[in-house]
Design a protein around this ligand. Structure first.
Ligand code: PEP
Ligand code: MG
Length: 757
C-alpha cells in the first residue's frame, strides 16, 4: 500500500471508530463492533482486545476471528504468551511466524492455531498498559512499520474506552492493588532520612485530552501551527528576560530548548500524526508517547537528556493547544497518602502540595544541601535524590515505598515487602508517640547530668519546633538558607524583618546567628560563584564575606537592628585562623557603633563565637578560647577535612565512621580545652542528631548539642535513659584503642545498659 493511501485508510478507520465510540450500546457491544471494523480495514482475519484486570491478568474482551466462546474466558498473565509479553514490556510485537516464537502459548478454546502472523500493541493510558490490541493473519504476513504505527494510533484512541471504567471498574485499573508491572528497586542518595509509603504522584503536567479524532485535519494543522508560534514567542520572551538577568546557565538551557523547538523532525512527526486523523493535541501526545516508550531502551545519557527536553517541550506545546484548560497536575485520588516524584523541585513547590498526605519525595536530581532537602527536613519528609529517570520508570499511581535510610525506592513492591515496611512504619509511629510523651520532661541523664538541646534552623518553618518540642534555643541559625531560596539578594530591611521574626519565635531563648556560609555546595541564585576545582575548600563562608565586606556588613547591620534591646549571638563559619575571627569582630564592632550613632539603639548583650570546622584551628585553641565567647563544632565539615572525605560524595560516605577514636579524641580535646578556659562549647554537626553518636558525644564530655528539629524526641529519649558516669569510663578505654570504628561496641553498650538509641 502506498504511504498516502495508508494514511487515508487509517484516517477513515479512526473516524469510524470515533463514531462507534460516541454511539449507543454498552461498552462491550461497542468494543465488539470496533474489532470487526479494525479487522476489515486492516485486512486481517483476527482482531482482539485484551483488557488488563486485577491480579496481573489480561482478559479477552472482544474478538473478531477467534471463537466467540473464548470472550471473557481466555485469560493470560502479564508476561505469559505473546499478548502477555506485549503487556509486560509495553512494546509492540510483530511476527510473521508467531507460533515459532519461544513465548507463544496455545489456548485451544480460541482456535487460533490456524493463524500464522500476529501483530500486537499495548493499549497505554497515562504511560500504563491497560490492555493489548492484536491482529492475526492466516497467511504469513510481514507487517510494516507503518502498520505497527497505525495500530498504535488506534490503540491510543481505544485507551479512552478501555480506561473509562465501563468495561472494568476504575478501581481494577488502578495499580494500587497489584495491577502494576513487575516490582522494581531504584537506588539513589539519601537527602533526608526516614520511611514513607504512598502512591506515586508525578510532579509534571498531565493533560486530559478529550478530543482524539479530528473532524477536520486542515483545521488541526492550523491549530498546531498557531500553538507552535505561540510557544516560540513564549520561549523568546523567556530568553530575553534571562539575557537581562544575565543568568548564563539558565540561558543555555533555554537556547537548547529553542533549538529543539525548531527541530523539523519532531514537528514533522506531529504533522504526520495529524494526517492520520488525530487532533493536534492527540498527535503531540502520540509522538510524546512514542518517545517515552523509546526512552526506556536508550542508555546514552546525552540522548536521554534530549528526550527529557522533548517531553518538556511537548508539555509546553500541549499547554498552548489546550490553553491550560485541561492541564492538571496529577494529584492522588481521595485522601490517599502519596509520594511525590519529580525531576527537581524548588522549596516553594514542595510547600504547594497538601502536607500531611505527602509521605516522601523522590528526585531525579538533588543533593543533601539542596533547598528542597532543607525544607523537607523541616517538614520531616524523607527524600531520596539522584534516582535516575525516576519520572520515566515510576508511573503515576504506582505504590511506592521510599526507604530513605537506605537510599532506595521500592516501586510496586510485593505484598510481603509492603507488610515488612508497614510494620517498620508502625514501629516508627510508636516511637514518635513515645517522644511526644516526653514533652515537658527535662533532658537530664539518669545520673542527673543536664544536657542542653538546641535546634539547627534555617527557615521560619524550623522555628515552630522551638515551642513544640521545648528545646533550649537555636544553636545554629543558618542565615544562608533564606538567601538560597530567593532569586535576589535580600536587602538590609528584609533581612532585619526576617531576623526579628526568628527572635520573636524564640521568645527569651537564645539564638545563635551564623553569618553567611555560602559557597561550597551552597549556592545562591543571585550570586555568580564561578567554577571552582575544589569548592568545599574554596571561596566560601567568611572568605567570601571578607572579600565582599559589603555583604557581611549589611548582614551584621540587619542582625544588630533586629536585636535592639535583646541578646545577640553572632557566629562566624569556616574560621581557619584566629585573626579571621578578630577581623569579623572588628566589623561587627564598627556596625554596632554605626547603629548607635544612627538610632542610639543596641543589643542588650553581644556574644561572638566561631564554628570550629577547619582542622587548622585545632592547633590554635589556646589563642582561640581567649578570643571567643563560645564555640560550636561543625563536624560535617571538620570530619570531611580530617578524613579528606567529601561530605557530598556517596561513594565514600560509609568509608569512615564518625564514631572513630580519631574524631572522638579530637572532639574530647576541644571540650576539655574549652572547659578549662570556661568557654561554652556545643556541637551542631549532623552526628549530634543521631542517638548513638550523641550518646558517645555526651560520654566524652559534651553538655550542649544542637540538632535538626525532628531528631529532638529521639535524642531526649536517649539522654533520659543514659548513665553518663559509667559510659564515660568505658569510652576512655575505647578511645585509647586502635579500632577504626567504635560503633559496634557502643551499640552493644547501649543494648546492655538499656540506653534507648
Ligand atoms: C557543619 O559543618 O558541621 C555545620 C553544622 O555547618 P554546615 O552543615 O552548614 O556546613
Ligand atoms: Mg560547616
Amino acid at each position: 500500500m502506498q504511504h498516502g493511501q495508508a494514511v487515508l485508510v487509517l484516517r477513515r478507520l479512526l473516524a469510524r471508530i470515533r463514531d462507534v465510540m460516541a454511539g449507543n450500546g454498552s461498552a462491550q457491544t461497542r468494543l465488539a463492533r470496533i474489532v470487526s471494523i479494525i479487522a476489515k480495514d486492516m485486512a486481517t482475519e483476527v482482531c482482539s482486545i485484551y483488557v488488563r484486570r486485577a491480579g496481573d491478568v489480561l482478559e479477552l474482551f472482544a474478538t473478531q476471528g477467534l471463537r466467540a466462546t473464548a470472550v471473557r474466558r481466555t485469560r493470560l498473565r502479564v508476561g505469559e504468551g505473546l499478548i502477555g509479553e506485549i503487556a509486560a514490556k509495553g512494546r509492540p510485537l510483530a511476527l510473521s511466524e508467531a507460533q515459532t516464537h519461544p513465548n507463544f502459548v496455545y489456548r485451544p478454546e480460541t482456535g487460533e492455531e490456524v493463524y500464522h502472523s500476529l501483530m500486537g500493541v499495548p493499549i497505554l493510558r497515562g504511560g500504563r498498559v491497560v490492555g493489548v490490541l492484536a491482529v492475526q493473519n492466516v497467511n504469513v504476513r510481514q507487517y510494516t512499520d507503518e502498520e505497527i504505527e497505525a495500530l498504535q494510533t488506534v490503540a491510543m484512541v481505544l485507551a479512552e474506552l478501555v480506561a473509562n471504567g465501563d468495561l472494568v471498574g476504575r478501581d481494577e485499573l488502578s495499580p494500587v492493588e497489584g495491577v502494576g508491572m513487575a516490582p522494581m528497586r531504584l537506588e539513589g542518595a539519601r537527602l533526608n532520612a526516614g520511611l514513607g509509603i504512598g502512591v506515586a504522584v508525578l510532579h509534571k503536567h498531565r493533560f486530559t485530552i478529550r478530543r482524539l479524532v479530528a473532524e477536520d485535519t486542515r483545521e488541526e494543522h492550523e491549530r498546531l501551527r498557531k500553538a507552535v508560534a505561540e510557544m516560540h514567542g513564549a520561549l523568546d520572551n523567556m530568553l530575553r528576560a534571562s539575557a537581562i538577568a544575565g543568568t548564563g546557565e539558565h540561558r543555555e538551557v533555554l537556547e537548547t530548548y529553542r533549538l529543539i523547538a525548531e527541530d523539523v523532525g519532531w514537528l514533522r512527526r506531529i504533522g504526520d500524526a495529524i494526517n492520520t486523523g488525530l487532533t493536534a493535541e492527540a498527535a503531540v501526545q502520540k509522538v510524546n508517547d512514542d518517545i517515552h516508550a523509546r526512552m526506556r531502551q536508550v542508555s546514552d545519557s546525552y540522548l536521554r537528556e534530549r528526550v527529557h527536553d522533548l517531553e518538556d517541550l511537548a508539555n509546553r506545546l500541549l499547554q498552548h493547544l489546550l490553553h491550560g484548560d485541561d492541564a492538571v497536575i496529577d494529584l492522588p485520588r481521595g485522601d490517599a497518602d502519596f509520594v511525590l516524584v519529580a525531576s527537581n523541585l524548588g522549596p516553594a513547590q514542595l510547600l504547594d502540595y497538601p502536607s500531611g498526605k505527602l509521605k516522601a519525595v523522590v528526585l531525579e536530581e538533588g543533593s543533601p544541601n539542596a533547598h528542597v532537602a532543607i525544607v523537607a527536613r523541616a517538614l520531616d519528609i524523607p527524600v531520596v535524590g539522584q534516582v535516575r529517570d525516576a519520572l520515566v520508570r515510576i508511573e503515576s499511581g504506582d505504590p511506592v515505598i521510599v526507604d530513605a535510610d537506605h537510599a532506595q525506592v521500592l516501586v510496586r513492591p510485593s505484598e510481603d515487602v509492603r507488610a515488612i515496611f508497614r510494620r517498620s512504619q508502625m514501629a516508627r509511629d510508636l516511637r514518635r508517640a513515645q517522644y511526644a510523651a516526653l514533652k515537658g520532661m527535662p533532658a537530664v541523664t539518669l545520673d542527673g547530668v543536664a544536657i542542653s538541646v538546641s535546634i539547627n534552623a534555617g527557615l521560619l518553618l524550623d522555628m515552630q519546633h522551638i515551642a513544640e518540642s521545648e528545646v533550649d534555643g537555636v544553636g545554629l541559625y543558618r542565615t544562608e538558607v533564606p538567601f538560597m531560596v530567593r532569586s535576589e539578594l535580600p536587602n538590609v530591611e528584609s533581612q532585619r524583618q526576617l531576623y526579628r521574626k526568628v527572635l520573636e519565635y524564640a521568645g527569651d531563648k537564645p539564638v545563635v546567628f551564623r553569618t553567611l556560609d555560602i559557597g561550597g555546595d551552597k549556592m545562591m541564585p543571585s550570586w555568580d560563584h564561578g567554577k571552582e576545582e575544589n569548592p568545599a575548600m574554596g571561596w566560601r563562608a567568611i572568605r567570601v564575606s571578607f572579600d565582599r565586606p559589603a555583604l557581611l556588613r549589611q548582614q551584621l547591620r540587619a542582625l544588630i537592628q533586629a536585636s535592639v534591646d535583646r541578646d545577640l549571638s553572632v557566629m562566624f563559619p569556616m574560621v581557619a585562623e584566629v585573626e579571621e575571627l578578630r577581623c569579623g569582630r572588628r566589623l561587627l564592632q564598627d556596625e554596632l557603633e554605626r547603629e548607635r550613632a544612627r538610632s542610639g539603639g543596641a543589643p542588650r548583650s553581644l556574644r561572638v563565637g566561631a564554628m570550629l570546622e577547619v582542622p587548622a584551628l585545632l592547633w590554635q585553641l589556646d589563642r582561640l578560647v581567649e578570643e571567643v565567647d563560645f564555640l560550636s563544632i561543625g563536624t560535617n565539615d571538620l570530619f570531611q577535612f580530617l578524613f579528606a572525605s567529601d561530605r557530598g560524595n556517596y561513594r565514600i560516605s560509609e568509608r569512615y565512621d564518625s564514631l572513630s577514636p580519631v574524631l572522638l579524641n579530637v572532639l574530647r580535646m576541644v571540650v576539655e580545652h574549652c572547659r578549662a578556659a570556661g568557654v561554652p562549647v556545643s556541637l551542631c554537626g549532623e552526628m549530634a542528631a543521631r542517638p548513638l553518636d550523641a550518646m558517645a558525644l555526651i560520654g566524652i564530655g559534651f553538655r550542649s548539642l544542637s540538632i535538626s528539629p525532628p531528631a529532638v524526641g529521639a535524642i531526649k529519649m536517649m539522654i533520659r535513659s543514659l548513665d553518663v558516669a559509667s559510659l564515660g569510663s568505658y569510652l576512655d578505654l575505647l578511645c585509647a584503642g586502635r579500632q577504626a570504628s567504635l560503633r559496634e561496641k557502643l551499640k552493644a553498650y547501649a543494648q546492655d545498659h538499656g540506653v534507648l538509641v
